[in-house]
Design a protein around this ligand. Structure first.
Ligand code: NI
Length: 442
């Protein structure tokens, strides 16, 4: 069977929880330049810890270099850097760690994923090449380069980057295993998807197995075991688990596809309240949301303040937005978020008639007012409590840039991220107003 490969817009498996008690952290903080870098440190894995520190330190150096260079050129832009992490796999034989390196310079935001895989028996950090039996490596390289042809004008550079050992500044490939055991490779250098995220290649699980080295089989097994048994969307019981729901308003917009990639990479779900006019302009993005299993709600047709509309006009507006969504997804939304959270008894009556629950929020990140990922991250994470509905807007690049860190921070605090319907025990009632899970007794 030939080694199969196809290009995808990335999917790294992730696991929310894992043995945090065995971990220490290596942290670099400098409030003067909005720097907050944190990577884990494991017991009895010195080579892994060194590599993680290297990634942290080299990221910090690169960031400071940029800041210094600009300081000589007159009035400075805003700068910020954060590095966060999560476990991809953890077993006696293998540890996989995902790092997110996010840099902001002015309004430019760049998020770079870095993966570090460690083999506990050889006490070595694993390169992509180490996952393969030596004889299988050339074919694996060809498969990845071939699948990326559309996304890269420099196949030779991609090939070289694949062979390179994992680079502290993230120039080597990142890799991980999907829930089905496929190997997902993202050659960070010289390949970009249309939305700015690095393009990824998925090597199908079946033909892959016979080509893996011993270390590769251990890593793949550890990743799969780490994923199974944990909460998957649709099977979450929020009366037992500590759940919160991320919600994104006003899209679909230019950063929606990137956000979907991030959510898929981190294996979490969320709810999107879409504006009817924008749905009609970008039905493909709505299809992307729907295919990714994300929940879609109604945010009116034109983002008018509903309380300024009469009942007839209001019904027309909301029904029209629902129709636009249903034209793509095949079903009308059951959730309404009134623009500006503005509602009255007419809104209640119309949403009852249109069979939609009114979803407000208890955590407002004010991300539209503060276009700064660090600020948004802080606002979302520090105010979240069990059952929170967190309000964000994916029409801002800076909001999307904050999401990887919001997810890892929330997960490290023990939260499970769910859709609004999941948070409300799948029973939000039409015409009723919800600001928090406690508005929906189990
Ligand atoms: Ni809005």
């Amino acid at each position: 069977m030939p080694l199969q490969a196809r290009a995808v817009i990335t999917v790294l498996p992730t696991l929310p929880h894992g043995l945090v008690d065995q971990l220490a952290e290596y942290r670099v903080v400098d409030p003067d330049v909005h720097l907050d870098v944190v990577v884990p440190q494991l017991k009895q894995a010195p080579a892994l810890n060194r590599r993680l520190q290297q990634v942290a330190d080299s990221s910090v150096h690169a960031f400071r270099r940029t800041v210094r260079r600009e300081a000589g050129r007159g009035p400075g832009r805003y700068h910020a850097m954060t590095v966060g992490w999560q476990l991809l796999a953890r077993s006696d034989t293998t540890t996989g760690i995902q790092l997110w390196v996010a840099q902001q310079h002015g309004l430019q935001v760049r998020i770079q994923p870095v993966t570090v895989w460690y083999d506990h028996s050889s006490r070595k950090v694993l390169s992509l090449r180490d996952l393969f039996a030596p004889a299988a490596w050339p074919a694996a390289q060809r498969a990845v380069v071939g699948a990326l042809r559309q996304h890269s004008d420099r196949p030779a550079a991609v090939k070289a980057a694949l062979a390179a050992p994992g680079h502290p500044e993230g120039k080597g490939p990142t890799f991980g295993f999907s829930a089905g055991g496929s190997l997902v490779v993202t050659p960070a250098a010289h390949s970009r998807s249309p939305h700015g995220m690095p393009a990824s290649v998925r090597l199908a699980s079946g033909p892959l197995q016979s080509r893996l080295s011993q270390a590769g089989r251990s890593a793949s097994g550890a990743a799969r075991r780490h994923q199974s048994g944990d909460a998957r969307p649709g099977r979450v019981d929020c009366s037992i688990r500590k759940c919160v729901a991320l919600t994104f308003d006003d899209g679909p917009g230019p950063y929606t596809a990137e956000l979907v990639s991030i959510l898929e990479q981190q294996n979490v779900t969320a709810t999107f309240f879409l504006v009817g006019d924008r749905v009609r302009q970008a039905p493909d993005l709505v299809a992307t949301l729907d295919e990714a299993g994300l929940e879609i709600g109604n945010h009116s047709s034109h983002h008018d303040e509903l309380t300024f509309l009469g009942a007839v006009e209001m019904e027309h507006d909301l029904a029209s937005a629902s129709r636009a969504i249903a034209a793509v997804t095949g079903h009308r939304p059951t959730l309404l978020r009134p623009p500006y959270g503005s509602r009255n008894s007419t809104v209640d009556a119309v949403s009852t008639k249109l069979r939609m629950a009114e979803i407000l929020w208890d955590v407002d990140t004010l991300d539209w007012r503060h276009p700064d990922p660090a600020h948004i991250r802080h606002a979302a994470v520090n105010r979240a409590r069990r059952g929170s509905l967190i309000l964000m807007h994916d029409v801002h690049r800076t909001s999307v840039a904050a999401v990887p860190h919001i997810i890892t921070d929330l997960q490290r605090r023990g939260f499970t991220l769910v859709t609004v319907s999941q948070l409300l025990h799948d029973t939000p009632a039409p015409g009723r107003v919800y600001r928090h899970q406690s508005d929906s007794p189990p």
